[in-house]
Design a binder for this molecule. Sequence first.
Ligand code: SAH
Ligand code: SF4
Length: 351
Amino acid sequence: MPYLHAPEDLAELVGDGPAYRVAQLRSWLYETPVLQAGDMTNLPKDLRERLEPLWPFEVETEQTADGGATKKWLFRAPDGAAFEAVLMGYPRRVTLCISSQAGCALGCTFCATGQFGFERHLQAGEIVAQVAYARAYLRKHGLPGSPTRLTNVVFMGMGEPMANYDRVREAIRRMIEVMGMSARSITVSTVGVVPGIRRLTEEKWPVSLAVSLHAADDELRSRLVPINKRYPIDELVDAARTYFERKGRRVSIEWTMIDGVNDTDDQAFKLAGVAHHLKAHVNLIALNPTPLSTDRASAEPRIESFARLLREQGVNVTVRDTRGKDIDAACGQLRIKSTRGKGIGALSTAG
Ligand code: SAH
Ligand code: SF4
């Protein structure tokens, strides 16, 4: 499983061959990835055979939505850990949403991943392999009406990237330094693990930062996002503001619209204050209902008036389209329906 080796350690896999084999292999893995080692045409047959299985996971399910423009994969590692990635094609860009952990320990009430608890951290190679797999898929099959090049990667699948900092960092390094992606095309989304934001601030790469805020006062936020009790809003906003100042990258605020919970005019006014202070862009996204909660999405007119209120306060707002609704393409939902492995057993440990 070559993606579990650092790109600098591939010589171990190549064995006695000529020195240029290592560069050839690195190129097949990271620059022009292919779906099967058998397609690495300039490598000798015995080496290609030794490289199988190429991926550090099986593709347990592949689902398609939005007329083919959205693909969702559920990956299964040999130890049974399950995680997913969603590929979304648009006319001028293709975005891949990846996972940083199997499950998540932070237990946000409205999130399917959080409801099912933590399984394990993903290794750097398992994170990068999701990106390589999507690239290989795009090269081979493409998405209708979209570029064949992967333009953006967002850490908005399963898991909290800042809770798996070192491996996520190494995955980002490989994406930028080995795969040739630009730092700004990679977005790390965090629910507010402040020490992680501070560490990312010290890295040399200007990756994009998204803060999942969901509530603009500590009382409500601590109910929805338990980690808020440890890192309250003021600390989170301060860390995000420093990130913005040091990187010169506009931070985005993610806000899941939950009916009757965080969609009030009062929350909109408070959110406007935070957004101003951060000079942040706000993304509103309708809640995707989850099995272990009775929460529902805000109605469309409520989302529109919430957005209008923010705009009237001078805030930049986007109401995000919900891709892959019919395949539960948001946030750990596929794993719930899959009964193999530990997915359901994790229920008992849900935070
Ligand atoms: N742990 C990180 C990244 C993964 S979650 C974080 O929380 O930011 C990615 C995004 O999906 C977050 O913005 C999260 O708030 C959002 N999300 C989680 N559950 C959701 C749901 N049921 N419906 C809509 N968005 C959801
Ligand atoms: Fe974890 Fe993010 Fe889900 Fe919260 S929203 S439980 S941090 S994955």
